[in-house]
Design a protein. Structure first.
Length: 269
């Protein structure tokens, strides 16, 4: 587990969950390889990545710095999981915090902690940020691939997150304002052309009755498209998101500083 901050603030706060996945155990170049006779087609469709750990690190450092230091909405908690080829250290860290990898068991546990904190106050802001491989079959759910995706050959995407159903599950959460920032491809590799669905995992089952939320799901690319980034640097999308979160809407005279869900998307675009 990696809880970098949990201040137990009595009142509205920003609660963030950041995931960056650049290392994939079962994909080409990974540490786990099946015997040649059982090698699957999916693993050849996905490469190891370098930008997601850097993007996740940049998001965490911004949250621990300027974004989380505003008195009107302080950073109450930060969960972070990063899978990289080398250990990740955050700026200002004392080197004693080992960031756990983004495997399904860690993601499930971190999501539960994040959910409970977000649920503590209606005026909390829930922020979810993912950077890594993504895949989507047609107009079906958007799957976010974790480090151990592909571990089960016959349920290949069980260790991937079903973003759409997870977002729907957050309708049960008390936090009125919810931001889901997704820096991942939405293409479909040729190995999935005959697949009916991904059967990825929802981190929480969808609510029985949908509820209205001030919610933004902001994705880095459109359906069927790939997402790109420069090597070893935060993606352009993550950088644009950080700028958008730092810039308020045009304030009316006498009104307080505020970033809103309806201004972030247009600014990023």
């Amino acid at each position: 587990m990696t809880t970098l901050r949990d201040l137990a603030i009595d009142g509205p706060a920003l609660h963030a969950f950041v995931i960056g996945v650049g290392r994939y155990d079962w994909f080409k170049g990974g540490t786990h390889q099946r015997p040649r006779a059982r090698r699957d087609d999916h693993c050849r469709s996905f490469a190891q990545l370098m930008a997601p750990p850097v993007s996740a690190t940049a998001m965490c450092e911004a949250l621990l710095g300027p974004l989380g230091a505003r008195p009107e909405l302080p950073l109450g908690s930060l969960e972070v999981l990063i899978s990289a080829q080398e250990p990740v250290r955050l700026a200002g860290d004392d080197d004693s915090t080992e960031i756990a990898p983004a495997v399904m068991r860690e993601v499930t546990a971190a999501f539960e902690r994040w959910y409970e904190r977000c649920d503590g106050h209606a005026d909390n802001v829930a922020l979810f940020h993912f950077c890594g491989h993504g895949v989507q079959i047609g107009r079906g759910p958007h799957g976010l691939l974790l480090q151990d995706t592909g571990e089960n050959l016959f349920s290949y995407f069980a260790n991937a997150v079903d973003l759409d159903r997870t977002v729907q599950g957050m309708e049960d959460n008390a936090a009125e304002k919810q931001l889901f920032i997704v820096d991942a491809c939405r293409g479909m590799p040729s190995s999935l052309e005959d697949a009916a669905s991904l059967d990825a995992t929802a981190l929480k089952s969808p609510a029985r009755e949908p509820r209205s939320r001030d919610r933004l799901v902001l994705r880095s690319t459109d359906v069927t498209a790939d997402a790109y980034a420069r090597l070893k640097s935060p993606s352009l999308f993550t950088r644009a998101v950080l700028r958008a979160l730092s810039m308020p809407r045009e304030p009316r005279q006498g009104s307080r500083w505020e970033v809103t869900t309806d201004t972030i998307g247009p600014y990023v675009r």
